[in-house]
Write a protein that binds this ligand. Sequence first.
Ligand code: ZN
Length: 862
Amino acid sequence: MSIKSEDVEKFLNANPQFVKSYFSKKLKPGAVASVMGIQESAVDLDSFEQVSQVEEGEIFYDLIKDMQDNVNMEKVIFKILKRISALIHADRCSLFMYRQRNGIAELATRLFNVNATSKLEDCIVSPDSEIVFPLDIGIVGHVAHTKKHINVKDVNEDSHFCTFVDELTEYTTHNILATPIMNGKEVVAVIMGVNKTTGTNFTDEDEDLFLKYLKVGTLNLKIYHLSYLHSCETRKGQLLLWSANKVFEELTDIERQFHKALYTVRAYLNCDRYSVGLLDMTKEKEFFDIWPVLMEEQAPYSGPRTPDGREIIFYKVIDYILHGKEDIKVIPNPPADHWALASGLPTYVAESGFICNIMNAAADEMFSFQSEPLDDSGWTIKNVLCLPIVNKKEETVGVATFYNRKDGKPFDEQDENLMEALTQFLGWSVLNPDTYDKMNKLENRKDIAQDMVLYHVKCRDDEIQNILKTREHYGKEPRDCEEDELLQILKKELPGPRKFEIYEFRFSDFDCTELDLVRCGIQMYYEVGVVKKFQVPQEVLVRFMYSVSKGYRRITYHNWRHGFNVGQTMFTLLTTGQLKRYYTDLEVMAMITAGFLHDIDHRGTNNLYQVKSQNPLAKLHGSSILERHHLEFGKFLLGDESLNIFQNLNRRQTEHVFHLIDIAIIATDLALYFKKRTMFQKIVDLSETYEDEKKWVDFMSLETTRKEIHNIFLFACMAMMMTACDLSAITKPWEVQSKVALSVAAEFWEQGDLERTVLQQQPIPMMDRNKAAELPKLQCGFIDFVCTFVYKEFSRFHPATQPMYDGIQNNRREWKALQEAYEAKLKEAEEAAKANQEAAAAKKAIANANGGSAGSKTCSVC
Ligand SMILES: [Zn+2]
C-alpha cells in the first residue's frame, strides 16, 4: 500500500507532537536549503519553531569553540542571548552581573536588550552607564535573592515587578523569563528574557529551552568568575619588593614599611591610582604647636578626631600613579584642598573607621570639587575605595584610597575584602612583633649602654683634681671638704669674669683650652648667683660641667667648644643683653644649662642623615631626632646624683626647670625656627608699644599678665634666644667667623662623604666638598634667609644686643666680597676659555680654508 501525501498531511495535522520531535531531529539548514532550493547560508533557522538536536549540537560546539578562542565573557554570552531570543521569541534578553559593595548585594546591567539582530557593541553596557539595582527591587533582584528561575506570565500580577527600568528606557514589559547563574551556592549573574513576541507569555517549552541554552552560559560565566577569583588570588600571592628609590629617601623608617607594603598593592588591585594619607600620631601637642591656641589667636581644634581621640591631620600623602607612566609622589604637609583629601572622604574614613566604596564619583557631591581633570593626562576620579589603616593598638594610622578600577568597573566585594586584608596587614606591619622586639632590644641595650656612657662621660676623681685641686691644697678628696674650702680653691682656679671676656658678645674660645671652657662655664653659675641661692654642691657643679664637656664627641664642629659657646652666648644675652630681667634666677640657671647641654653627644651628622642611615635614634624619636637625643642625654647626666646641680630644688622647681630645658633644647631644631619666628616678632612688636620700660618688664615677668600668656611669652623668647645662641658664630668678629664657618662646612662635607660612600647618594651642594668654592654664596644665603632676622629682631627688642647685629652685617659684607671675587674669577676663567675656544676655532677655519684649496679630500692620502 502506498501512502499519499494527503495522508501524510492528515497524519501530521493529527499528531503535532510527532511533528515536533521529528523536525527537531531532522531539520538542518542543509535539508531546508535543498527543500526550498536556496543556499544553505541563507536559511534562517530562527523562523522555525525549534531547531533539531543535531543543529543544537552544532550551535553548542560553535559556542564552546568561541569560549576557547575567546575569553571575552560578554561576547560569548551575547551570542547565547542572541540565539535564545530567536528561539524563544523574546523581544529582548539581558545579562545582569551580581556583586557586592559596602556589604550590600546588587545587580548591574552588563548586556542589555539583546535580540536576534543585535550587534554586540550596541548591547554591551559601559561601566558609567550601567543600571544598578539592589536585590530588593524588581524581578531580577528577586531571582538573585531566591536563586530560583522564574517565568512571569504577566508582570502586573507579580508583586516583585518594578517599573523602574521600563520608565528609564521607555519600554513596557509584559512577561519575563529569568534565571540566576550560579557558581556553587553563589549567584554570579542573572539572565532575563522579556516579552514573548509570538504569544502572550513564555511557555514551559520556552523555559526548558532557555535553561538548556543557559547551561553553556553558566559554564562560561563560571569560568569567567573563577578566573577573576583566581587572578585576585595570584595577585595576592605576589610580592614585589621595592628596590632603592628616591621616594625611600623622603620617608621615615616607619613610612618605609608602609611604602614597601603599599607598593605590593600594585599587584593586588587593578586600579589607576591610589594614595595613602598618613595620620599624625601625636596625642599631645608640642609647645610650639599649641602656641597660637594658647594665645587665643586660633580657636582650639574642633574638627573630627580619630576613634582614639587624635586630631585628624594628614601629615603626608604618598600618591601612587599606575595609569600611563608609573610614578610615585610624596606630598609632605598636604593642604586640605589637595585633590587626595578634598573630597573629605579620607577624613571621614579616619574618623569613622568605615570602609567606603563609592561607585560613581562624578555623581557624588563629595567629589564636586573635581571640576576639571586632576593631572595633565586628563585623569579624573571615577570610582573610589577608601579604607582605614589600623595598627594592632587599634589606632588609625592612615587611610588608603584606591581610585578607578583598571577595567572601568566599580570596586566590588572582592576588592573590598582584598584591600581590607591588605590594609590590615599594613597597619600591623607598622607595629609588628618584629619592630616591637627591636625596640625592646634597643631599650635593653640602652640600659647597658647607659652604664657605659656614664662610665666614660662622668668626670673621674683624678679629673676633678684638674679644677677642684683639693688633694693639692688640703690633701683630701672634695667629698671630705667643706663648701667653703671648695669655694676658696675655685676662687683661685676659676678665670673670673674678665680674663676670657665671658660677658662679651665677641667672646672667642680660640685662646682657651677645653678645660678653660669648663672653668668659664662654672664661673658663669657664680656670676648669675645661683650656686648659693639654689644650694648647688660645688663639687657637683664642677663634676657636672666637666662631664658635659666630656659628653661632647671630638668631632669637627659640634664639639664641646660649640656647646660651650651656646651656653656662653645665653649667659651674655641674659646679662649683657639684659634679657635676664624677665626671668627668675632659677630660669636663668635652666637656660644657661640648656645652652651647655644642647648638642651633647652630637654625631656630626644631621637629623636627615639619622633617618637615611636608619640610625636607632630615628626609631626612637619621630621628629627633632637629635635634639631629643641631646635632651635625653642631658637629663640622663642630671639623673645621676653626683652630677645633679638641681638636687636641692623642691619638686615644683625641678619640674619647672626640666620643662624649660625641654623646650629650650628642642627649640634648637632649625626645622622649628620658622614656627618660632612669628611668635617672637609679635613679642618684639608688642614691646615697642610700651614707652615705659618698667611697665613692659612688669608685663613680661610679673603676674599682672595671665599666667599662661606670661609663660608663653617667656618660653617663646627663650626659644628664640636658643636659636640666637646656636647661630651666634655668624655674629662673631670676621677672624672668628671665617674659621668657624670652615669647621661647620668641614663637618657638613664629612657627612656628604658618608652619604656618598655609605648611602651611595649624592649629597646636597652644602655638603658636597667638591662645591667648597660655593661656601661664600651659601653663607650669604644662610645669613639672609635665616640669621639676619634673629639678630635684627633682638637688637630691636634689646638694643644692648646690637653688637651681634653689627657682627652679622659685617660678616655679610665679607662673605659677599668673597662671593663676588669668586664669581669674578669664574667669569674671567669662562671668558678666557671662550677666547681660547674662539682662537682655536679661528685657527681651524684658516687651516680648513688652506686645506680646501689644496684639492679634493680623497687625494689627501697622497
Ligand atoms: Zn648647636
